[in-house]
Ligand binder design. Structure first.
Ligand code: PHE
Length: 465
């Protein structure tokens, strides 16, 4: 008992040191988590596939309703309890489902971090090669395939990336996460505007801009909604314990509602800029062939280098673009790392360095499996998927809707709307409260089950997302 009291006290002191200094630091750190590979690589490809302008419109509506409600819930839960997901859920009651709800939120980032860092490693490789002036080599067929199947090279890049995240975590919330985000995020906006400006002014690019921005209602299908919803969760880092953890570092006088709005628009703004960077450029390159845009994972690593090389200044624009992707991916990885570290610190009572070492070791093991899955272990398939793809599917398509569902139930049945609204109103006007209530109670649980069902149907081959 005494030991427990001591470790709780240690945690409390640790937490006092570890808060964000103010709104700007907090917003940039949350935006840093939200803006990542999801915005730059996944969003443009999905937008192209699911109807361009109509996808964008559906995404915006979902972000302003559903996304808003989820961010507010998670942040308020974190700030109210002062804990990361496991502690937050269990401090609100002792029922078994609460413990499960907390753990599923906490385990997701531990499973995402390793494979996300493997992709981060690919981005490191692309940065280095562009900076070395290898644009035309990278535009050649087979460059990407050869690189990822070379397990040794891919492993080194992965280790470099994960170690960079590790050192920021060791430095702490304010010195590490906040300071890094304050430098990287503004730089990222500048790089995004330069690349988007360059892309939309290419000859033939205007058609692509139109396709991406103007909704065409005949392109609408129910899959547009399902895809936009999944993307929104991923892009805003929802239901992964991250916002609960960051909320626990938030001061009571920070305006949750205003900060949520800022984060939403920051994240969506970068996604739109990424759409403007990639879609018009590929349109110009292929003469408007939508099929190329639907290439998915290979769009950023295979098609884009060809586009850059064909445009002239390939090395410069490639370096700028991949440097930006690297920054975006790094701040997201940092948020994943932080959430895992916070959970271990709280649950096992270890200090920050010890906890982050554990996260590092687990990530190295799981990440190495993902690296080898494309190389020396390429014969290993889980449900027909390669190891990295399997981790992605498991976390984003199966676990994420379940974990979000638990958050809604926690708000509806345990904390209650009055409890949440009291917490939010400590520092905000909470103008969208009626909408928050309707979305969380009636719309979210239903939609989440639809996402889960459609993901399972997709994995079993009944439908194609
Ligand atoms: N939101 C990040 C992105 O858009 C991805 C991410 C997901 C980060 C989950 C943290 C947690 O890339």
């Amino acid at each position: 008992m005494e030991k427990e009291t001591n470790s709780t006290a240690a945690c409390a002191t640790e937490k006092q040191k570890n808060t964000f200094s103010g709104n700007i630091g907090y917003v940039l750190a949350v935006a840093g988590s939200a803006v990542g590979l999801g915005n730059i690589w996944r969003f443009p490809y999905l937008a192209a596939k699911y109807g361009g302008g109509i996808f964008l419109l559906v995404y915006l509506i979902l972000m302003l309703t559903f996304g808003y409600a989820m961010i507010v819930s998670e942040t308020a839960i974190g700030r109210m309890t002062g804990k990361s997901p496991v502690g937050a859920f269990s401090s609100l009651g002792s029922k078994k489902w609460l413990t499960f709800g907390g753990w599923i939120n906490a385990v997701i980032p531990m499973l995402i971090l390793p494979y996300y860092s493997v992709i981060g490693g690919w981005v490191v490789k692309y940065c280095v090669e562009y900076l070395r002036g290898q644009s035309s080599e990278m535009a050649g067929d087979g460059f990407f395939g050869e690189f990822i199947s070379n397990s040794f090279a891919a492993e080194i890049c992965f280790v470099v990336f994960i170690l960079a995240a590790f050192f920021v975590i060791i430095a702490g919330v304010k010195n590490g996460i906040e300071n890094v985000s304050k430098i990287i995020m503004p730089l990222l906006i500048v790089l995004a505007v330069i690349t988007a400006g360059y892309s939309v002014t290419r000859p033939g690019a205007l058609e692509g801009v139109k396709y991406f921005l103007v909704p065409n209602f005949s392109d609408f299908s129910i899959m547009t909604v399902v895809a936009a919803m999944g993307q929104m969760f991923y892009s805003l880092s929802l239901a992964m314990g991250i916002l609960v953890t960051y909320g626990s570092y938030l001061k009571k006088d920070s305006d949750i509602e205003k900060n949520t709005t800022r984060v939403e628009w920051f994240d969506t703004g970068i996604a739109i800029l990424a759409g403007l960077m990639i879609i018009p450029a590929v349109f110009a390159f292929t003469g408007g062939d939508i099929k190329t845009l639907k290439a998915g994972p290979s769009l950023m690593f295979i098609t884009l280098p060809k586009v850059f090389d064909s445009m002239g200044f390939g090395n410069i624009i490639g370096s700028v673009f991949f440097l930006m992707v690297l920054f975006a991916a790094l701040t997201s990885a940092i948020s994943l790392f932080e959430t895992c570290t916070a959970t271990i610190t709280e649950e096992l009572g270890l200090n920050r360095t010890g906890s982050s070492l554990i996260v590092l070791i687990v990530s190295l093991l799981l990440g190495t499996a993902s690296v080898f899955g494309y190389g020396v272990w390429s014969y290993v398939k889980i449900f027909g998927m390669q190891i990295l793809d399997f981790f992605d599917f498991l976390t984003n398509s199966l676990m994420m809707p379940v974990s979000a569902f638990f958050i809604c139930i926690l708000v509806i049945n345990v904390i209650g709307f009055d409890g949440i609204s009291r917490e939010v109103k400590l520092s905000s006007a909470f103008r969208r409260q009626p909408m928050y209530y309707v979305v969380t109670k009636y719309i979210a649980p239903f939609f989440l089950m639809i996402i889960l069902a459609s993901s399972i149907a997709n994995a079993l081959g009944f439908i194609t997302i």
